[in-house]
Write a protein that binds this ligand. Structure first.
Ligand code: ADP
Ligand code: MG
Length: 212
């Protein structure tokens, strides 16, 4: 199997430099299949096992499209648990290291609301969180997604298993119709197909085996 280097993609030079310093030289198969689709602005359903490099696949897409001089929420990543949201936020911050002033904020349940509201007042470019807490902030008016460009559902199968479907629908309803929607999942049950049909536009489907 031939692996392509990240330099094969038209990414911002600061992203390519940073990937080099992280020693991410070659794309993983899921990155190779999904990044061109993401960078072209298409909706995407990507199925791949744990460890296949899904975070950088969507992360590089979000960061490539980000305008850090405009201080509003441009991307939202929904995750099933706080632990996963923290991992995603950490990876996004690593990937964003050489882009000036990118603010990644996590908003998860089980954490006090006050500090989250304070952070939201300062603004963020990318929000990573769990559906229940994101919905709560939307209801309170402490978070607005009216200028969202990209919505990511990470570990979508687990999110639906945990009963977050109504929260996801409520969140999607507050976002612009013209957004890009990216869905990542380890499995592809009927429930994923159903939610994709509701919230995505002509998604490209990519399926990749595990790295190891
Ligand atoms: P997934 O979400 O598919 O389970 P992750 O995004 O958590 O996988 O990535 C798994 C591991 O692989 C992480 O430690 C990440 O830093 C690393 N990784 C991702 N992409 C690359 C790459 N292109 N080259 C080297 N390591 C990578
Ligand atoms: Mg993941």
């Amino acid at each position: 199997m031939s692996q392509l280097p990240f330099s094969h993609l038209a990414l911002k030079p600061e992203l390519l430099r940073n990937l080099d310093s992280l020693e991410y030289h070659y794309m993983t198969p899921i990155q190779q299949d999904s990044l061109p689709v993401i960078l072209a602005g298409r909706d995407l359903i990507a199925q791949g096992k744990t460890g296949s490099g899904k975070t950088a696949a969507f992360g590089l897409g979000l960061l490539q499209g980000l305008d850090s001089s405009r201080f509003h929420v441009q991307s939202l990543v929904l995750c099933p648990t706080r632990e996963l949201a923290d991992q995603v936020a950490q990876e996004l911050r690593r990937l964003a290291r050489q882009i000036a002033n990118v603010k990644v904020l996590t908003l998860c349940g089980g954490m006090p609301l006050g500090p989250q509201i304070g952070s939201l007042e300062h603004g963020a470019h990318i929000v990573v969180g769990t559906p229940g807490r994101i919905e709560e902030h939307l209801r309170k008016g402490t978070l607005r997604l009216n200028r969202l460009q990209t919505l990511v559902l990470d570990e979508a199968d687990r999110m639906l298993e945990m009963g977050f479907q109504d929260a996801v629908d409520a969140i999607v309803a507050t976002t612009p119709e013209q957004r890009q929607t990216l869905l990542f999942s380890a499995t592809y049950p009927q429930s994923i197909e159903a939610i994709a049909a509701r919230i995505m536009r002509e998604p490209v489907k990519v399926e990749v085996e595990a790295l190891h």
